[in-house]
Design a protein around this ligand. Structure first.
Ligand code: PAF
Length: 293
C-alpha cells in the first residue's frame, strides 16, 4: 500500500519534523513546486530520493512571481491529486504554506539577483525572478534542506537559484534535473493543461524546431542565421509571437549573437502558442536544449 506523506501547513510543525529527522541522522532533499503536478515534477522527487534519506515537496502558488494580468488566479490548483501523486513516488512530507504565513501584511523585503537573471525571461517578465528569488529563499530557510532539486526546463531560473544560494552562503546543493517531455517531445508543464487538441499540435512543433536549430548550431552554422530561421519556423508553425530564440553560454548565460558557437552553449526559446479555444488566448511556452554534447 502507498504510504501517504505527512501534510504540514504550519511552519512550526515543519521545523519540528525536520529537527526530529535531523536528530535521527536523516538527510533532507527538497522539491519546491506550485502544484498542478505532472510526471516532470515527480521525476524531481525521484531524483531527490536518490540523494537524501527524506524528501520534502512544497506546494505554493507564489503570487509575487506573477505580474498583473498573468494567470495567478486561474493557475491550476489540484491539491488532492498532487498529494496522491507525491505519495506514489514516496515523498515523505508535503509542505503547503498558507499565503498569509508566506507574505504577512508587513512584508517589505525584496531579493534581486543580477547577472544570470538579467535578459531572456526578465526582458519579458521583469518582476518574475524577484518573486522566485524571494519565495525560494523563504522556502529554503524554512525547510533547510541539504539538497534542492529544480528542473532544467526553467533553465534561467535554475541558474538564478544557483547564484542566489552561492551569494547568500546557503549550505545547500542545488541539483538540476533533465527536462521531462511527452512522447511528442513537448516539455511537460502545468500550463499544458490550458491547450485543446489543436493547440497541443502546434505546441509540439516547438521542440522539433528547437532541436533542428540546435543541430545546425552544433555543426558550426552562424548563430544569427539559425536564430532567424527558428523564429520564422515558429511563426509558420502557428506561434503568434516569439519572445526570444537565444543562444547563451551554459553557466553565465552570456548571450552569443553571431558567428560559430565557441563554448558550451544552450539554446533557449520562449514563444506564445494559441490554446485554440474560441477566446483566442495563448500559452507562453519556454523550452531549451544543449547544443552539441
Ligand atoms: O518552478 C516553479 O515551479 C516555481 O518557480 C518555484 C521554483 C516553485 C517557485 O515558486
Amino acid at each position: 500500500m502507498t504510504q501517504m506523506p505527512l501534510i504540514v501547513r504550519n511552519i512550526r510543525e515543519l521545523r519540528g519534523q525536520i529537527w526530529e529527522w535531523r536528530g535521527a541522522g536523516e538527510t533532507i532533499g527538497f522539491v519546491p513546486t506550485m502544484g498542478a503536478l505532472h510526471s516532470g515534477h515527480l521525476s524531481l522527487v525521484e531524483l531527490s530520493k536518490t540523494k537524501t534519506s527524506k524528501t520534502v515537496a512544497s506546494i505554493f502558488v507564489n503570487p509575487t512571481q506573477f505580474a498583473p494580468g498573468e494567470d495567478f488566479e486561474s493557475y491550476p490548483r489540484t491539491e488532492e491529486e498532487d498529494i496522491e501523486k507525491l505519495a506514489s513516488v514516496g515523498c515523505d512530507l508535503v509542505y503547503i504554506p498558507e499565503r498569509d504565513s508566506m507574505y504577512n501584511a508587513h512584508h517589505a523585503t525584496h531579493i534581486k539577483v543580477g547577472g544570470v537573471a538579467d535578459n531572456l525571461e526578465t526582458d519579458h517578465r521583469p518582476t518574475f525572478f524577484e518573486g522566485v528569488a524571494l519565495v525560494v529563499t523563504k522556502l529554503l530557510n524554512r525547510v533547510a534542506p541539504d539538497v534542492a532539486v529544480f528542473g532544467e526546463k526553467d533553465y534561467q531560473q535554475l541558474a538564478t537559484i544557483r547564484r542566489l544560494v552561492e551569494d547568500l552562503d546557503m549550505p545547500i546543493e542545488i541539483i538540476g534535473a533533465p527536462i521531462a517531455r511527452d512522447k511528442h517531445g513537448l516539455a511537460l508543464s502545468s500550463r499544458n493543461k490550458y491547450f485543446n487538441i489543436g493547440g497541443l499540435a502546434t505546441a509540439r512543433k516547438l521542440n522539433t524546431i528547437m532541436f533542428a536549430c540546435a543541430e545546425k548550431l552544433a555543426k558550426g552554422k552562424d548563430i544569427q542565421h539559425c536564430v532567424f530561421a527558428a523564429v520564422d519556423a515558429l511563426k509558420v508553425a502557428g506561434f503568434t509571437s516569439v519572445d526570444y530564440v537565444t543562444v547563451a553560454s551554459i553557466n553565465s548565460l552570456t548571450i552569443l549573437h553571431e558567428g560559430q558557437i565557441d563554448r558550451p552553449a544552450r539554446l533557449l526559446i520562449a514563444a506564445h502558442c494559441p490554446r485554440n479555444g474560441k477566446d483566442g488566448k495563448t500559452v507562453r511556452l519556454i523550452d531549451n536544449c544543449a547544443i552539441g554534447d
